[in-house]
Each structure stands twice: as C-alpha cells, then as structure tokens.
Design a binder for this molecule. Sequence first.
Ligand SMILES: CC(C)(COP(=O)(O)OP(=O)(O)OC[C@H]1O[C@@H](n2cnc3c(N)ncnc32)[C@H](O)[C@@H]1OP(=O)(O)O)[C@@H](O)C(=O)NCCC(=O)NCCS
Length: 154
Amino acid sequence: MPYTRTVAENTIISDDKSLLDVDFIHSYLVRAYWCAGIPRATLERAIEGSLSFGIYQDSKQAGFARVVTDSATFGYLADFFVHEDFQGKGLGTLLVGAIMEHPALQGLRRFSLATRDAHGLYRKFGFTPVRAPERWMEKSDPDIYRNSVRRPPA
Ligand SMILES: CC(C)(COP(=O)(O)OP(=O)(O)OC[C@H]1O[C@@H](n2cnc3c(N)ncnc32)[C@H](O)[C@@H]1OP(=O)(O)O)[C@@H](O)C(=O)NCCC(=O)NCCS
C-alpha cells in the first residue's frame, strides 16, 4: 500500500515508484553537484533499492528524494532536490516533513544525510552536525561517474 499524502492544494507526496518520472529525475541529477554524470541505469537501480519519494503539483513531478534504509535502525537521505521551477515555495520543507513521518522510518537510531549548503532545511527537522566525526569513516570515489564516461577514441 503506497504512502501518499496531500500536503497542499494540488500537491501530493508519494513513495509509489510507479508515479516517478525517471526522465525528469535523471535530467536533474545528471547535472547535480553531488552526482554529476550519474548513468540512468545506476539511478534506476538506486530508486529500486530505496524508499523513493516524489512530490507532484497538478500531477507534474516537482522534486525527488530517496532514503536508503533497513526500515528499522538506520536511514540515509539522498538525492534530495526540488526542481528550479518549483523552489522557494515550501515544497522542500513539505517533502522533508513527509519523509520524517513515513511509517517505515520511525524509531531509527540514526538518520544521516550530507549537504553542501541546505543545512537550514534539515535543521528544522532535528538534523545536526555529526556528533563524533572522528568515529566516522568512508570509502569514497567522488569522480566515479566522470571516470566511467566513455571517451571517444583519439
Ligand atoms: C535545497 C532545496 C531542496 C530546497 O527546496 P525548496 O522547495 O526551495 O525549499 P523551501 O521553499 O521549503 O525552503 C527551504 C529552505 O531552502 C531555502 N531556499 C529556497 N529556495 C532556495 C534556492 N533557490 N536555493 C537555495 N536555497 C533555497 C529557503 O530559504 C529555506 O531556508 P530556511 O528554511 O532557512 O528559510 C532546493 O533549493 C534544491 O533542490 N536545491 C538544489 C539541490 C540541493 O541543494 N539539494 C540538497 C542536497 S542535500
């Protein structure tokens, strides 16, 4: 049973993957600062393996986010965006709010995210800087999509 909420006039948020406009999502994320160049097939796998949310105004998709989670102890909020045509009207705030209320995301011990400049948006929902950064490690390959782009033969 999909989780679908009417959050404002003509505006819904849903985790129903069949509603997602993957062309729209890919056309945004392929130029986003955190995953520029992401192949469409990689995005499709990510959507499939995540709790994936769309926000829609008059049935047109305006934004997207996904949560990588075990639905019990941990969640990671990723690929959160509101398209430029819809920014600054409260949709990002509504989307974070609906995600925080999702039944599969209650009682998590840790909910993480990374952001360059949208800290204010998440702070309202209780997110804070990492308390003990010295305990955290990562294995990161930030150029993976750039490096995997096939270059034409010289
Ligand atoms: C960050 C983002 C999701 C906010 O969505 P939105 O619908 O514009 O958000 P809201 O209207 O609910 O406003 C939320 C906050 O974002 C700020 N904001 C609004 N429009 C913005 C814009 N065009 N650029 C940057 N910040 C903006 C608001 O000032 C508000 O901050 P406040 O709560 O401190 O007042 C959206 O601007 C976006 O997709 N940006 C580019 C992608 C990105 O940075 N994603 C987050 C990666 S973690």
